[in-house]
Design a protein around this ligand. Structure first.
Ligand code: PDD
Length: 279
């Protein structure tokens, strides 16, 4: 089955999709993106992802050429073309092609790219055992709420994750945890689900919002506030949320055992609720 690409208005085979070397996404990382996955051929929380794409684009004064309705149509067409059982949809909008100069022309025509590739979900056995994480200094810029293609700090963090043979890096800024390199972080303290608040320090995760709502509907208290690194180690439970990880318990951080060292009851309950919600 071929991977599908969409570029500036046309669907083409992925290998044929090309962008100019003068594209500002390539030159400056001047662009925004979204990652969406399908369940049984249907995109999950597409509206929320498209709303965030619009928010990210507006925050960068970037003209996003398609309305959410047009994007929905394009995403559904792409899913049909790719025909994968489970697909990962990547959307990227950059400020387009221009001679290299840091300042931009507001009227520049954006480059719009989408790919649809097969998605391989996290192994169910990993869900059952939980994963290990390391903490790293959060060296990202001051607007982590914008889903920008400037991912250098995340790239470096994920490389350290790979070298440490763990699953994720939990980022720490001034002693407080912010989020994972590709996920949001939640902790359970005395039955309360605690996660850092929306704002410039974190990406407002689509999965984060779904999971917080699930927690509320399960009658679990939630608090949106920062947690210190020492409170992270001392938490009853820690779990990650994200499009690619869903709800994933973390059982060791920096080689220290979290809680019982097994996925905790609240993470498991929310993971179960999440599975019911998506299929
Ligand atoms: N990343 N925080 C960061 C830094 C992320 O990169 C992501 C997702 C999340 C979770 O957001 P959501 O629930 O909306 O997927 C949080 C995507 C999957 C990526 O960059 O590949």
């Amino acid at each position: 089955m071929p991977d599908v690409a969409f570029i500036n208005g046309a669907f083409v085979p992925l290998a044929e999709a090309k962008v100019s070397i003068e594209d500002r996404g390539f030159q400056f990382g001047d662009g925004v993106y979204e990652v969406i996955r399908t369940y049984k051929g249907r995109p999950f929380a597409l509206e929320a992802h498209l709303a965030r794409l619009n928010r990210s684009a507006s925050a960068l004064d970037l003209r996003q050429p398609y309305s959410s309705a047009e994007w929905t149509d394009l995403v559904l067409k792409g899913i049909t073309r790719a025909a994968y059982p489970e697909a990962k949809i990547y959307i990227q909008v950059t400020r387009g092609v221009a001679p290299r100069e840091h300042a931009y022309l507001p009227e520049a025509t954006p480059t719009v790219v989408m790919t649809i590739r097969e998605f391989h979900p996290v192994d169910r056995s990993i869900q059952a055992t939980g994963v290990e994480a390391i903490t790293l200094e959060d060296i990202r810029w001051g607007r982590c709420d914008i889903k920008s293609v400037n991912l250098l700090a995340n790239v470096l963090a994920r490389q350290q994750v790979k070298q440490a043979r763990v699953f994720e890096a939990i980022l720490v800024r001034e002693g407080l945890i912010t989020e994972g390199a590709v996920s949001n972080v939640m902790v359970v303290q005395g039955g309360t689900v605690v996660t850092p608040p929306e704002g410039p320090r974190i990406l407002s995760g689509v999965t984060r919002a779904v999971v917080l709502n699930l927690a509320l509907s399960e009658g679990l208290p939630i608090q949106e506030r920062f947690v210190s690194q020492s409170d992270l180690y001392a938490a009853d439970e820690v779990f990650l949320t994200g499009t690619t990880v869903e709800v994933l318990p973390v059982v060791r951080i920096d080689r220290k055992v979290i809680g019982s060292g097994r996925p905790g009851p609240i993470a498991q309950r929310l993971a179960g609720c999440f599975t019911n919600r998506v299929v």
